[in-house]
Design a binder for this molecule. Structure first.
Ligand SMILES: *Cc1c(COP(=O)(O)O)cnc(C)c1O
Length: 398
């Protein structure tokens, strides 16, 4: 075993179980290990590297800003935050943005906004606000967020959890209708459930949820941290159904593959419930992040990354569907967010991910049974084709 792996295992908390490879360099859709071996990155850090590794425009924005000013806190104005937020607000057609760093923080921000809006605008009685989430969701790892998780391992040992969260099955509009009460302030949903195993809801689900929320004066919060910014073939996954959520949560790809940057977008009617001191983050919206976030958004548009994801996603899906093997139960997804569901009785997800690694492809299983194939959106057709060949090869050896 690499001595680097041994040292990380010794000194790092064991909250992950990484594949046995030490990566030292990345460029576009490729990464290299400590021995100079090349891999196709079919994970893109769960969409954080949608732009590819070290995209030149993003590296340039980072370096230019770094040579001027990096962090001053929101106690002062900087000459870059307005540029970033004006661009984001105009692109997505919302009045305001609230910048944070990680996805979990932005989700917490959206939940806090929804609760405060519930008390101040909807006039829900004090401490009675209810938020509805979906079973098998993934929205992050804070105590409040794992409190609304249905995954035993994410919750075990971390209680007690905040009250006021109710669960409904994903994809079930009727269940949502039944769960809404006069005290419901928000419904939070992923347009496609990523961590649950690339689960797509029935067609029309988001649209029906949006109508239901509107009818009951309930805010629709779309967690687009993984699905947003082109990943599924549209700028936002909600665009597939023409749905405009009340709050949009962005993260991952917003950092352009170089920084953690997240953002909540909403109109004044919601955002105006916050006053100075109500909520914040030392790093949220720092100058370096603002410059990188702006470059990340501009690059998605300039390089038509959503269109790329749509076209290349179809190519990848077609290639994968041509592979037939008893271990493959289902292949599903949208754009460049694709999952192969396998039969764990034939091969375990972790073993399959190791096999892919040995054949030069980085991927990872979720819930032992779904392999993710979600490369950077800048990946070439040639590398997509090569990845399909490798997948075919790997299954032929099982
Ligand atoms: C990754 C993810 C999060 C959490 O983001 P972090 O940056 O890891 O805190 C939340 N929601 C969804 C849908 C995600 O994929």
């Amino acid at each position: 075993m690499s001595t680097i792996i041994k040292r990380e295992e010794q000194f790092c908390a064991h909250n992950y179980h990484p594949l046995p490879v030490v990566l030292v360099k990345g460029e576009g859709a490729l990464v290299w290990d400590e021995n100079g071996r090349e891999y196709i990155d079919m994970m893109s850090a769960y969409s954080a590297v949608s732009h590819g590794h070290r995209h030149p425009k993003i590296v340039k924005a980072l370096e230019t800003q770094l040579s001027r000013l990096a962090i001053v806190s929101r106690s002062y104005y900087t000459d870059v935050l307005a540029d970033f937020l004006e661009y984001a607000c105009k692109l997505f057609a919302y009045d305001r943005g609230l910048p944070m760093n990680t996805g979990a923080e932005a989700v917490e921000t959206a939940l806090k906004l929804a609760r405060k809006w519930g008390y101040k605008v909807k006039k829900v009685p004090a401490d009675k606000a209810e938020i509805i989430a979906c079973r098998n969701n993934f929205h992050g790892r804070t105590i409040a967020i794992v409190g609304m998780s249905t995954e035993d391992q994410y919750r075990d040992g971390f209680g007690p959890f905040p009250a006021g969260f109710n669960m409904v099955p994903y994809g079930d509009v009727e269940a949502l209708d039944k769960a809404i009460t006069p005290n419901t302030v928000a419904f939070i949903v992923e347009p496609i459930q990523g961590e649950a195993g690339i689960m797509l809801p029935p067609e029309g689900y988001l649209k029906q949820c949006a109508e239901l929320c509107k009818r009951h004066n309930v805010l629709l919060i779309a967690d687009e941290i993984q699905t947003g910014l082109g990943r599924t073939g549209k700028r936002l996954a909600c665009d597939h159904e023409g749905v405009r959520p009340d709050l949009v949560v962005l993260g991952k790809a917003l950092g352009g593959g170089v920084l953690p940057i997240s953002l909540v977008l909403a109109d004044d009617a919601i955002m105006s419930v916050l006053h100075p001191g109500d909520h914040g983050s030392t790093f949220g919206g720092y100058a370096l992040a603002a410059a990188v976030g702006l470059a990340a958004l501009k690059t998605v548009e300039e390089e038509k990354l959503a269109e790329r994801a749509e076209v290349l996603g179809e190519r990848l899906m077609k290639g994968l569907k041509a592979i037939s093997h008893p271990a493959i139960r289902d292949i599903r997804g949208k754009g460049l967010m694709i999952g192969i569901e396998i039969d764990p009785k034939i091969i375990h997800g972790h073993d399959l991910a190791e096999k892919f690694l040995q054949h030069g492809i980085l991927t990872k299983e979720t819930h032992h049974v779904v392999m993710r194939l979600a490369p950077p959106l800048v990946i070439s057709e040639a590398l997509i084709d090569k990845a399909i060949e490798v997948v075919k090869q790997v299954f032929s050896e099982i």
